[in-house]
Ligand binder design. Structure first.
Ligand code: NAG
Ligand code: NAG
Length: 413
């Protein structure tokens, strides 16, 4: 029977995957099952201003499995800050994998969907926008211009943004974001288990001064010819060129018959543009045969560069947190993972997002259809009122965009 023949292969696959899972070191894993509230600390940040948003423990409006819940922002125009602790560790000599899934059910127009890794020495109750963090990673959307994956590394107490552009997902479905940091100072960014960007900490962030700089001592050699074009020595001004007048008397003009020299003065013909006149003489230009190109100073070792073999090391990682500003709520986080094994992370993503993504898409499409049907039932008066409402919101958004920008600016400091 086919099943019998397949069984041994299946079994060995299971054994293999158990082995590789067994070898993974998991520093933190949160699937938001029962009891999650005892593992996460809601910050008091922005509470006294009544600007702290509530989290909703839910699988959302559309999902592949109603029992697979996460935490979702549930109030518009609110700040969110929540964090969880894990046993302190250093990623020295180990690969660091940071992964989570996020779903923006609200058609996010301005807000973050990122998470942070923080080091020891913070007060979880006071966790907020100003709390120093080690790594900030995940999608950020604001208006049409910002639709990217943030990957901010804190080095020497300075937050540095990745210099490469990594676009994020913008639909209303669940996506898995993975950041991998390796001991050879390389990194990868994955979305839904597909690598979107990879490279080196040295080249893709400005963490250290550049290894090489333009030699400040170098000078352009005196005989360096950097003129691309020169006047053509063969081209000389034709004799008499400057004597050609710009204007000449109109040869067709005639003195009017009733012109009276005595009364009207001496008649002179009106002038006209001289067709022979070609403007001031200009020598033709030719390509310079001695052109050497633009001079560039040669590169030389930067005396300010001091390599740091621990450039990738965060010696005391201890917390994972979400700290966000949201204009429109509805962002749902789930399946947070910090481990040392990219394969384990891939498997977790497959078991969660991968297993449910098709059913989630179907549920989303159905919800959209239902929405459209309901909207078309509405009478025109109602939909006008809704439009007016939305216009009012657009104005509000502008103010809030600014706040968001400020926050981002802060992150870039
Ligand atoms: C939580 O989410 C569910 C599913 O989307 C929704 O029905 C419920 O109203 C939400 N609760 C709050 C307090 O936002
Ligand atoms: C760390 O920051 C300080 C202060 O900005 C600076 O003087 C120092 O050169 C920096 N060190 C490195 C290794 O970048």
């Amino acid at each position: 029977m086919a099943t019998e023949r397949r069984n041994p292969t299946l079994l060995s696959l299971i054994v293999l995957s158990l082995l590789s899972i067994a070898s993974a070191k998991v520093f933190f894993e949160e699937r938001f099952t029962d009891g999650w509230e005892s593992r996460w600390v809601k910050s008091d940040w922005k509470k006294d201003e009544n600007m702290a948003g509530e989290w909703n423990y839910t699988s959302g409006k559309w999902h592949g499995d109603a029992d697979d819940k996460g935490i979702q922002t549930s109030e518009d125009y609110r700040f969110y800050a929540i964090s969880a602790e894990y046993p302190e560790f250093s990623n020295k000599d180990t690969t660091l994998v940071f992964q989570f899934s996020v779903k923006h059910e609200q058609k996010l127009d301005c807000g973050g969907g990122y998470m942070k890794l923080l080091s020891s020495g913070i007060d979880q109750k006071k966790f907020g926008g100003d709390t120093p963090y080690s790594i900030m990673f995940g999608p950020d959307i604001c208006g049409y211009s910002t639709k990217k994956v943030h990957a901010i590394l804190t080095y020497n107490e300075t937050n540095r943004l990745i210099k490469k552009d990594v676009p994020c997902e913008t639909d209303q479905l669940t996506h898995v974001y993975t950041f991998i940091l390796r001991p050879d100072a390389t990194y990868s960014i994955l979305i839904d288990n597909v690598e979107k960007q990879t490279g080196s900490l040295y080249s893709d962030w400005d963490l250290l001064p550049p290894k090489e700089i333009k030699d400040p001592e170098a000078k352009k050699p005196e005989d360096w010819d950097d003129k691309e074009y020169i006047p053509d020595p063969e081209d000389t001004k034709p004799e008499g060129y400057d004597d050609i007048p710009k204007e000449i008397p109109d040869p067709d003009a005639k003195k009017p018959e009733d012109w009276d020299d005595e009364e009207d003065g001496e008649w002179t013909a009106p002038t006209m543009a001289n067709p022979e006149y070609k403007g001031p003489w200009k020598q033709k230009k030719i390509k310079n045969p001695n052109y050497k190109g633009k001079w560039k100073a040669p590169m030389t070792a930067n005396p300010d560069f001091k390599d740091d073999p621990d450039i990738y090391v965060y010696p005391s990682l201890k917390y994972v947190g979400i700290e966000l500003w949201q204009v429109k709520s509805g962002t749902l986080f789930d399946n947070v993972l910090i481990c040392d094994d990219p394969e384990y992370a891939t498997k977790l993503a497959e078991e969660t997002w991968g297993k449910h993504k098709d059913a989630e898409k179907t549920a989303f499409d159905e919800a959209e259809k239902k929405n459209e049907a309901e909207e078309s039932k509405d009478d025109p008066v109602d939909s006008d009122a809704e439009d007016a409402d939305e216009d009012a919101n657009v104005d509000d958004d502008d103010d809030v965009d600014d706040a968001h920008d400020d926050d981002t600016a802060h992150d870039e400091l």
